[in-house]
Write a protein that binds this ligand. Structure first.
Ligand code: GDP
Ligand code: MN
Length: 374
């Protein structure tokens, strides 16, 4: 489960990790009031559970309370990577001397927590060459010690007070990581501003299976689509491309999206019907995806326990209801594929057997549809 930045920062404060002054706002007026309280230039940041907000225009500055109000109004009407903005964090704007990256996660290869850090943090961390990335294993039975952090700081070319502050923050962050059953925590950027070092951003994902032993933080409300999918007990993820994907199994679903990307197309969302979904739940899954009004809906079923003729039946039901407004591309293979393909063809729907053909067809349809609209 992902926490919002402002909630993650509240947890950081409990562990004495310094964060900028500020609070979360749900209206432009509130943002204006907070900016007035801060009494200095402010930074306003959309609170959505997606990264890369800066690059998507979700981080903006305001020199005075009036401007903060206007900026908040703009941010609150935005969609960032498909997420509606309901809250904006208003904080003191920092003068940044340096942006550091500090993250912790579990390394599945080493089977232990790992600290990852770089002196070159900020919005382009993904592009930082590997030689500037420092990794330090944290043996679970011992934890993270100051001597390790002195070595890490040296490799990052941090010295003196900076190195000490950095070490203290990392040790506090590891304590938090363990106490809160985190899967991932990240400070990017950890800002050096004059003689201060503070977490300008905060990411904290906790293991859902440990929720019972923690107080539940506020998390993002389910969208209408997510609620409908939750009712039929399937998994759905909203993305920001053009193609709605219905597939069965996590691996097949990921592979479908990878192949779409090879044809320069991205998924708008995906719904994994898993193994052995019945006709009713597949029908509802298709209705839900049709209602998201994608440029094209791609169904990719590898029939094992799931039977291709059941899939065809679900497709035909939804088609008869007149639910599809988007073009449809179907790929069926596996158990009862002949029957499934025949059922669809009788109703004039072509089903492909090859995933690449299907992905190419979907990508082409999405692109041509887009060209018409522009
Ligand atoms: P993200 O893009 O979702 O990771 O959002 P961040 O909160 O990390 O902000 C993105 C970028 O905005 C940071 O890397 C900074 O360069 C810039 N930024 C954020 N807060 C401040 C601030 O207080 N002062 C200044 N000067 N820049 C900031
Ligand atoms: Mn960030």
């Amino acid at each position: 489960m992902k926490l919002f930045e402002y909630t993650a920062k509240e947890v950081f404060q409990e562990y004495e990790i310094p964060t900028p002054r500020g609070r979360v706002a749900t209206s432009p007026k509130e943002a204006e009031d907070i900016a007035r309280e801060l009494d200095c230039p402010a930074v306003l940041k959309v609170q959505v559970l997606a990264g890369g907000r800066g690059k998507a225009g979700g981080v903006q500055f305001a020199d005075d309370p009036q401007e903060a109000r206007a900026v908040a109004a703009e941010l609150l009407s935005m969609q960032i990577h498909g997420h509606e903005v309901e809250r904006v964090l208003v904080e003191e704007k920092l003068d940044i001397d340096q942006e550091i990256y500090l993250g912790m996660t579990i390394d599945p290869g080493d089977r232990c927590p790992i600290l990852i850090a770089s002196s070159r943090g900020g919005v382009s961390i993904e592009e930082v060459p590997d030689r500037y990335i420092v990794r330090e294993r944290i043996p679970m039975q011992w934890g993270l010690y100051p001597y390790q952090m002195r070595a890490v700081a040296e490799r990052m070319e941090l010295a003196g007070k900076l190195a000490r502050d950095f070490g203290n923050i990392a040790i506090a962050l590891y304590r938090l990581f363990r106490d809160r059953d985190a899967e991932l925590t990240e400070i990017n950027p950890l800002v050096v501003s004059g003689d201060r070092m503070l977490a300008a951003d905060a990411r904290l994902n906790v293991d859902e299976d440990s929720e019972f032993r923690h107080e539940l933080p506020v998390t993002e409300r389910l969208s209408e689509v997510e609620e409908r999918v939750a009712e039929i007990g399937l998994s759905y993820v909203q993305l920001d491309g053009d193609v709605a994907v219905l597939a069965n199994g996590a691996g097949a679903t990921m592979a479908t999206m990878d192949i779409l990307q090879q044809y320069d197309s991205d998924a708008m969302n995906f719904l994994d019907v898993g193994g052995g979904a019945d006709v009713d739940s597949m029908t509802e899954a298709l209705r839900v995806l049709a209602d998201t009004e994608p440029r094209v809906l791609l169904v990719n079923i590898f029939g094992g326990i799931t039977r291709c003729d059941d899939v065809a039946e679900a497709v035909l039901r939804v088609k008869r209801e007149g639910t599809f407004r988007s073009p449809l591309v179907v790929r069926l293979i596996g158990t009862n594929e002949e029957q499934g393909i025949q059922l669809l063809e009788e109703e004039g729907i072509t089903a492909l057997r090859n995933l690449e053909d299907a992905a190419r067809a979907a990508a082409q349809t999405a692109a041509s549809d887009g060209a018409e609209e522009e």
